[in-house]
Design a binder for this molecule. Structure first.
Ligand code: ADP
Length: 595
């Protein structure tokens, strides 16, 4: 309503301004070009206010010229027939201008409405996807979690183990598909964002190789990792995306290769800016290759070269390379492919990353040895699970009770708040979507209660969207774990927030020194103290250059030992070397160790 009145006010204002101009500074013009003075007022009024405002300006201009003119100026604006024709042309043109402006305004309004609608439907698509992913991930969590648990039980027959393995793998494949489709949707709606943090490049590469190893072995392929010696240990970048890209490329290379090898090669290239560098990652296979005409096409969504896919056992979604390319571009990099049919392909990825000051010690990679219990001498830890879905809380309850934690379950937020008041747990696992009261509200209520600020709360969420994570943090939760989770994630999260220590299973071979380890520890003990200290410091500081230097110096005294150390250092078995350096009789016989 105000907008409507505004347009008329603007129209009147502009016409009055034009009239004042004409009557005062332009009076000397007399009746010459009267209408030209008013055209700008008509045009601006029509563009701003549409047909009605434009016509009002035309009407006011005519009124001024015909009736007010003679009263205010000496020489009337309209005297001759030509002046009257000019008036008629002005009215006609003014009406035309106003109509065109109105048409433009309407088209504009339609476009804005269509855009708003598109945004709304995009929003609706995102909500739908978030919900769908939640619904799919929740049961998948139970499938993966329970098959994992069953797979770990000792009394399984070979047959049963194979079946649980199959369930697990199928579940993981399904999860990969869900993630692909979701990633694609996120890319389409522009929601994919970069999450940078320092990460260990060698660990990431090794993880990718470890993950792909089983499949390479199944196909009798050689899977190799080739890293240049000048690679920095830590870089700053989006590790999760880089990992996904590499898993994808290495996975494809194995999928489309029947004989020979797959090599993941990592090199770096310095940039002008000393704080930055380019990572050059290539994945080379000796597989079926890609025809030249298809090399660009394979990066398009859902493109699968049909003659190839028919022969492969593991069918994909045809989205892998599309997602990889978009992720690489988002990180500021690029991907290209080079291939010869029937000989193999070579995918090359270049990504800019930032250097990290390697003197800062970052926590070493989590030890993945299985948690088998609580370290002795610790107080009771009360853990509350607030989760409505039985398959989910049952899984978590089994896991936690299995290692000796005291667990209670509440099946909705309200019961959870009551359980907190009555039982005072140390830690709460909080589901987000629950009937009666959701996890966000339950957290806020608990935080408002006496003692509610001290309890650690971690969300268990199946949502893949960052907004949900932001809401989780805003509600006052300390952490979150994404479903489906790995068993390790649960224990890692508890370790992050509680002063809790777990016992981990370590194979005898890992801890008890093997004859080689025995010999190595003896040889290490024979080294000069200063050199031992130097190696020790280099390992503790994760300083690969310093480690190499120390090993070089050891090589002058004991080349055999140096060779062994170099091998272990290349495998990043720093902890093992440290243990050998400080080896004492008690450590060597322990089968379990405190985290
Ligand atoms: P998919 O899920 O089918 O693997 P991608 O987007 O990852 O989807 O790959 C698209 C297509 O590109 C594949 O279907 C395959 O035909 C071809 N392709 C990808 N990587 C290779 C490779 N290393 N060797 C031969 N062909 C490949």
């Amino acid at each position: 309503m105000t907008l409507k009145i505004n347009r008329f006010i603007v129209s009147v204002g502009l016409t009055v301004l034009a009239a004042v101009l004409r009557i005062w500074p332009l009076q000397a013009l007399g009746s010459i070009l009267v209408w030209l003075t008013f055209y700008p007022a008509v045009m601006v009024s029509a563009i701003y206010g549409g047909l009605s405002a434009g016509l009002l300006a035309v009407g006011l201009a005519c009124f001024t010229a015909i009736f007010l003119g003679p009263l205010l100026v000496d020489e009337s604006f309209i005297k001759t027939t030509a002046d009257w024709i000019g008036l008629a042309v002005f009215i006609l043109n003014g009406t035309l201008i106003s109509s065109i402006a109105e048409a433009m305004r309407r088209a504009n309004a339609h476009a804005r409405q269509a855009q708003a609608q598109a945004e709304m439907s995009n929003q609706a698509k995102s909500v739908f996807l978030a919900n769908m992913s939640h619904e799919l991930r929740t049961p998948l969590n139970a499938i993966l979690g329970f098959s994992n648990l069953i797979g770990q039980s000792p009394g399984l027959s070979a047959d049963q183990r194979q079946i649980t393995d199959l369930i697990n793998r199928s579940g993981e494949h399904l999860l990969a598909l869900i993630n692909d489709v979701l990633d694609m949707a996120k890319i389409e709606s522009g929601r994919l964002s970069i999450d940078k943090a320092p990460f260990n490049l060698a660990n990431l590469a090794r993880d990718v190789i470890n993950l792909a190893q089983v499949r390479a072995e199944e196909k009798n392929l050689e899977l190799l990792l080739d890293q240049s010696a000048d690679l920095p240990q830590l870089v700053h970048g989006d590790a999760a995306k880089l990992r996904q890209v590499l898993i994808n490329l290495v996975g494809n290379a194995i999928k489309y290769t029947d004989h020979g090898s797959v090599i993941l090669q990592i090199r770096c290239r310095p940039e002008d800016d000393p704080h930055r560098l380019w990572l050059i990652l290539t994945v080379e296979d000796t597989g079926i290759g890609i025809a030249e005409t298809d090399r660009e096409r394979i990066f398009e969504p859902f493109v699968q070269l049909s003659q190839i896919s028919q022969h492969t056992l593991q069918k994909g979604t045809g989205l892998g390379l599309t997602i990889a390319r978009r992720q690489i571009e988002l990180m500021g990099g690029q991907i290209s492919v080079d291939s010869t049919l029937d000989q193999g392909s070579r995918f090359r990825v270049e990504i800019p990353v930032e250097r990290v000051d390697e003197t800062v010690i970052f926590p070493t990679a989590t030890n993945r040895a299985r948690v088998i219990g609580l370290a002795p001498g610790q107080p009771e830890f009360r853990i509350l699970i607030i989760e409505d879905q039985q398959e989910n809380w049952l899984l978590l309850q089994r896991l936690l009770e299995g290692v000796g934690l005291t667990v209670r379950v509440a099946v909705n937020g309200l019961l959870g708040v009551e359980a907190f008041q009555a039982w005072r747990p140390h830690f709460i696992w909080m589901d987000i979507r629950m009937p009666v009261m959701d996890g966000l509200e339950a957290t806020q209520r608990i935080r408002a209660l006496e003692g509610g600020r001290n309890v650690k709360i971690a969300a268990l969420t199946a949502s893949a969207f960052k907004e949900e994570r932001d809401r989780i943090t805003a509600a006052g939760m300390d952490d979150f774990i994404r479903k489906p989770y790995q068993i390790e994630d649960i224990f890692d999260c508890l370790t992050r927030h509680l002063d809790i220590h777990f016992l981990r299973e370590e194979s005898v071979a890992d801890t008890a020194p093997t004859p080689t380890a025995d010999r190595m520890s003896e040889a290490l003990a024979d080294l000069p103290d200063q050199l031992r200290q130097e190696l020790n410091d280099a390992l503790v500081n994760l300083d690969s250059e310093q480690i190499d230097q120390a090993i070089c110096r050891i090589a002058e005294l004991n080349p055999h030992l140096a060779g062994q150390l170099k091998h272990d250092a290349d495998q990043l078995a720093y902890t093992a070397i440290l243990r050998l350096l400080n080896i004492d009789a008690n450590d060597s016989t322990d089968e379990v160790r405190h985290e």
